[in-house]
Design a protein around this ligand. Sequence first.
Ligand code: MRU
Length: 371
Amino acid sequence: MFTSIEFDNFTIKIIDQLKLPNELSYLQITSIAQAWLAINRMNIRGAPALASLATLSIAQKVHNTQYADIHALKADIKEACDYLYTSRPTAVNLGIALDQVRQSAEIDADDLNTLKQSIIDQSILIWSEDVERNKKMSDNGANWLINHLESTNKIEKGSKLSILTVCNTGSLATSGYGTAFGMITRLHEMGRLERAYYAQTTPYHQGTRLTAFEFTQLGIPSCLVCDTAIGSLISNGHVHAVTVGADRIALNGDTANKIGTMQSALFAKTFDIPFSVVAPRASVDRSLHDGKGIPIELRGAKEAVTVRGLDTESGHQASVRMAPKEVGESDLHQVYNPGFDVTPANLISAVVLETGVAVNRGENVDVQSLL
Ligand code: MRU
């Protein structure tokens, strides 16, 4: 199994996701500033993975720095956390992980080394616990879905199912195994997966570039779906369910995830198939009753007006403009390119965390019951 982040004795390497799927290469991260850039430029992306990289870079910094005293260490942690927090806005995992690191710097310690170790341990934990957590939520989600489909006679007992996912939520987006992708992997391991369908996820193409890469590497039967064909796929009965990850879940179940998620939820509701969100507890924003306050990253015009890929003749990465040059360049011809949308809880059948499954009992999903 490959993983987005390799961490060994305070050496950090990440898969450079900007180069995938054409090139599998690694970037070494040696400073907080490099971690910030890698997150901001999306060399690494996916809510859990960016939280892990941020905190590992703090562990590395603390390990490599000789501090004059405890005050200098605490000031450095505050500065690092404040700075890393600004790298991307929507995924709450980042803020929650950084808060946990801040708290680890607040323990009552008289000795500099004890405090350093507390911060390092907490920072590493966010990364090291991720795979086990993902396996738990994936197993929870797979069992819930099979039960749900069998008990509502949507599939026959013991038969296989097909499922749609959006964006990339696999090993590249986490420290390994994945969230919604992990649930699909678990169904495959259980012998219950017919085929996984994955949306292109334009304009950034996390589906086309990254989920496609992961499914092909793992040999899981899969099919790429154009974003514009999701309605067709669902209305024609090709999938029994939809499952997605999350960047921020409010306490009532409203969920921010990659742009295009909401339309798959609307189609799922319209054609009566279950729509689940699979995520760690660290994707739940306990300060938000509903999704109205979720900050949504607005992205630039460039990725919407160009196609990027491998030029098959030269073998080099190429970027080609599709829209007229005026589009995205002036106030008159703008581009609307939000990175995420918020799916209202009434469209969500279940939120699956590592602690269990909260099902929709009306308009809301009681996520609080799993915390
Ligand atoms: O902009 P990205 O690629 O970081 O967005 C990623 C997503 O929206 C994922 O679905 C989400 O972070 C969950 S990853 C397990």
